[in-house]
Design a protein around this ligand. Structure first.
Ligand code: ZN
Length: 524
């Protein structure tokens, strides 16, 4: 377990030597905040907000999600009982106190500019910063002057022992976070002291940490998704004392109840992650990403008899939008392929931003292995080949106009009809499917076939055509799958996609007649 950053005294060489049967690191302790891109670390421990699974393509480590926040938070941190008066710190008794106790090297011109505009907009407000050294103070004061703000409105706080430092944070009104590098332990300190943080989340790990903490603290409303939203939210909070007071009270209430500060629960989740990593290794499997479920009542391993639950999406798995209204729920219980352990109702969502249509969640690796263990008849290789061929031929003919030859990879090849037809047109077929029986059947016929997620195939631009027909909507992380396809495809290659279209006449007719068109998705 490597819990340290790669810096001067790092001991990464121990792992390079191949020590240990499996190796993991906790995310966020490196100043790079990206993948270490090494082959000698197997896992990175993260959470769904700080490092979404759709980032897997950019990590050499397999991503593990703890359900709430990757960061363990010490709930034994002492806070001094003595809360000094504002005047003792050079702060105004009445004015609004913005504060940012981040290291000065996280302060960028963009965010400093926002802070200065806030000071201009809120008369009497001050900005409370850490006193790093005279050079930093001079530069920041100069930056304020240059933006037309009285440099005396920057107040610098000298370093103090932790209990007193935590206590004085109660004098501030709002913590303003930085981007691209958020507050990490600094954010945890502020929340522990009861000071609300306003953060702005972006795409990279370092810019999502405070957002992760706020979600786990039950305050997702303090996570802005753009600098403009951050600025207007800060302005609102400074102008509407009741709103800020409400958030403060909520934070104080959540402090001892929210997952962020439930260190006992964190420990159980962490142990569950370690156990699964170990079991994967001990059973001879390669490392694979997974999510630890929030409820761990003894962690029963799902069997065909226990209900299989999905891990719900909180955002569009393709574009990350949170605007994902449910469009309909489909009763699957009477469908012939429905099995006892599968959820009887399938809920569908449609992203308002990118139009992606998807089911409400995905199965973890255990559940997926049960779902795919039984192959439905229409998905077995060679099923009803003669009747499938005309459908497949129309697709192959269309693709062949752009790309007449080469290797054709069908993702989720099912009964293999498209591949057999592509071969008849002169393509070299290759298949990828999560049903082991199908992959075995194709291999026995002498064809290239893989039983693994597309993003785990070697990236060497080896296919002329990649087909992903009706797979994106039930891939757990379609963006990762698309990134994988991009790397597998020749630069001039063709990617063939099809997706559910709830607006077309066939779906409407089937739905109107009670022949639920969504039922076919039940396995996914
Ligand atoms: Zn979307």
């Amino acid at each position: 377990m490597d819990h340290g950053p790669i810096e001067r005294h790092a001991r990464a060489g121990i792992f390079l030597q191949g020590a240990g049967a499996l190796r993991s690191r906790k995310a966020g302790e490196t100043h790079l905040h990206g993948s270490r891109s090494t082959r000698f670390i197997d896992y990175v421990i993260a959470d769904p907000f700080v490092l979404p699974m759709d980032q897997q393509a950019f990590y050499s480590e397999k991503i593990i999600h703890l359900p709430h926040c990757y960061q363990p938070n010490d709930t034994k941190r002492l806070i001094s009982n003595i809360t000094p008066a504002r005047a003792g710190w050079g702060l105004p008794e009445q004015g609004f106190v913005f504060c940012s106790f981040n290291n000065a090297d996280k302060i960028t011109p963009e965010f400093f500019g926002i802070w200065m505009r806030l000071l201009t907009a809120i008369p009497g407000a001050v900005l409370w910063l850490l006193d790093a050294n005279d050079l930093v103070k001079d530069n920041l004061r100069g930056g304020a002057s240059a933006r037309g703000v009285d440099p005396n409105r920057l107040v610098f706080a000298p370093k103090l022992p932790s209990p007193e430092h935590l206590a004085r944070q109660r004098l501030a009104d709002l913590f303003l976070d930085t981007l691209p590098y958020n507050a990490h332990t600094t954010a945890s300190d502020a929340l522990w002291a009861g000071l609300p943080i306003l953060t702005c989340a972006r795409d990279t790990f370092a810019g999502r940490v405070a957002g992760s903490l706020l979600h786990a603290a039950g305050l997702p409303e303090l996570v802005a998704d753009s600098p403009a939203a951050y600025e207007s939210m800060a302005l609102r909070l400074a102008r509407e004392p009741a709103l800020l007071q409400g958030l403060r009270r909520k934070l104080l209430g959540n402090r001892l109840a929210a997952p962020l500060f439930d260190i006992a629960q964190y420990t159980r989740h962490y142990e569950a992650a370690l156990t699964q990593m170990w079991e994967t290794c001990a059973n001879g499997y390669d490392p694979a990403g997974f999510a630890v479920p929030p409820s761990l009542p003894g962690r029963p391993v799902p069997t065909a008899a226990t209900p299989i639950e999905k891990i719900a999406y909180r955002a569009c798995p393709l574009c990350g939008s949170r605007d994902i209204p449910a469009v309909l729920g489909a009763d699957c219980s009477k469908h012939p392929v429905c099995r006892q352990a599968l959820p009887p109702v399938m809920n569908w969502h449609e992203c308002r931003d990118c139009g992606h249509v998807f089911t409400d969640g995905y199965f973890d690796a255990n559940a997926a292995s049960i779902v795919f263990a039984k192959t439905q008849q229409n998905q077995t290789v060679g099923h009803d080949m003669e009747r499938q061929r005309p459908v497949s031929a129309r697709i192959v003919a269309r693709v062949a106009r752009r790309m007449p030859e080469g290797r054709w990879l069908d993702v989720g090849f099912g009964n293999g009809s498209l591949l057999f037809t592509a071969e008849e047109w002169g393509f070299t077929p290759a298949g990828l499917d999560l049903r082991e029986a199908n992959v075995r059947a194709l291999k026995q016929l002498g064809y290239e076939a893989h039983c693994l997620p597309i993003e785990e195939l070697d990236y060497n631009a080896r296919y002329s055509v990649i087909g992903m027909a009706d797979v994106l909507e039930h891939m757990p992380f379609p963006k990762t799958g698309l990134a994988g396809a991009h790397w597998l495809l020749r630069p001039d290659g063709v990617l063939f996609l099809s997706m559910p279209n709830m607006d077309n006449m066939v779906w409407r007719l089937l739905h109107a007649n009670g022949v639920n068109p969504h039922w076919g998705e039940i396995e996914h």
